[in-house]
Design a protein. Structure first.
Length: 343
């Protein structure tokens, strides 16, 4: 996929995802199980992430955001497609080659209560990656863990404590320290602030921005909170039912969204000004119906069952959205969309 600009000081593509698919098989029968279908969690996703930028990935729950992130680090095995990290195709790596590449890509998970082993002290949680990759000796480990805790804003003397002795925000900081231990180039955040209070969310977001500047990190930030994504991201990709609907820079997406699904998402974001909120309510896009099942998505556009613009497409474009799948293409410089309105 062609690289897409974001205004950074570099055009180096750090990560390239091309036609990524992750299908989970559906089997029937216990004694003689047979394959009867697939849950198409991720269905042909392509995007690039440039060094030093933050790409936001947004969408409804169940659209495949987290599975995309897990497939990039190969926690889920891709069914098809390619994941290239600095030109190295990761899906074909095995053994030591895969282990070395994984050192440079880390993932931070949504639930800070479930992502830390409750039986281990902070020293062991944060220092475990250093021991696994033979980076640190036992003598130097304690000092290195203290340094990492200090970097993420925690008291270095907390290394002897257990996870249950910390708040949610502090636990997420421990997870961030663990991810930084191997000095990665690329970090995937899977809704890292959705389980935290709003005030704590702001602290974590500010921490991530400071770390990105200090260590020249690159982020894939997965979330459903559009306000958080707007604050931290350089570009934003909108995902629906396993596919990308739209991708462009942050300001353009929020000012001039093109895809009807993106327009509906943004119209649901609350505005603090009650007068402006009442005025916008008159033109709010209300989606009807439920999200189709990923084991039986629509044959054409995957959004056609809920799209308020479907009739307009069929009248003006003479295209049946329910049978013809739109191409995810660049309709203007740096703005990609999958919709027949722009054919």
């Amino acid at each position: 996929m062609e690289a897409m600009g974001n205004g950074n000081d570099t055009d180096e593509v750090l990560l390239s995802v091309n036609n990524l698919k992750v299908y989970f098989p559906i089997n029937r029968g216990i004694i003689f199980p047979r394959h009867v279908g697939d849950i198409k969690a991720v269905d042909g996703v392509s995007f690039d992430v440039k060094r030093g930028e933050t790409l936001g990935l947004v969408g409804e729950s169940g659209c495949g955001k987290s599975t995309t992130g897990r497939a990039i680090v190969l926690l889920e095995k891709p069914t098809a497609g390619k994941v290239e990290f600095q030109g190295v195709e990761m899906t074909s790596l095995e053994g030591e080659s895969l282990r070395k590449t994984r050192r440079r890509i880390q993932m931070i998970f949504q639930d800070p209560y479930a992502s830390l082993n409750p039986r281990l002290r902070v020293r062991d949680i944060v220092g475990d990656p250093l021991k696994v990759h033979n980076i640190s000796s036992d003598k130097a480990l304690t000092n290195q863990v203290k340094e990492l805790l200090n970097i993420v804003g925690l008291n270095p003397n907390f290394i002897t404590r257990y996870p249950h002795e910390f708040s949610g925000g502090q636990r997420q900081r421990i997870g961030i320290a663990r991810a930084l231990a191997l000095r990665p180039d690329f970090i995937i955040f899977d809704e890292p602030v959705s389980a935290l209070d709003v005030s704590i969310q702001a602290q974590i977001i500010n921490l991530l921005e400071n770390l990105q500047t200090e260590f020249r990190l690159t982020y894939l930030f997965i979330a459903h909170d559009l306000a958080v994504v707007r604050h931290i991201s350089d570009r934003v990709a909108v995902m629906y039912l396993g596919k990308l609907a739209e991708l462009t820079d942050r300001e353009r997406l929020y000012k001039t969204p093109l895809h009807p699904y993106t327009q509906a998402l943004l119209s649901a974001v609350p505005i603090p000004n009650p007068i402006a909120e009442r005025e916008r309510f008159k033109n709010r896009v209300i989606l009807e119906g439920d999200v189709p099942s990923p084991d039986n998505p629509p044959k054409g556009c995957n959004f056609c069952t809920r799209c308020p613009a479907k009739t307009r497409v069929m009248d003006k474009k003479q295209i049946d959205c329910s049978h013809v799948e739109p191409e995810f293409k660049q309709v203007e410089s740096g703005h990609w969309v999958a919709c027949h309105l722009y054919d």
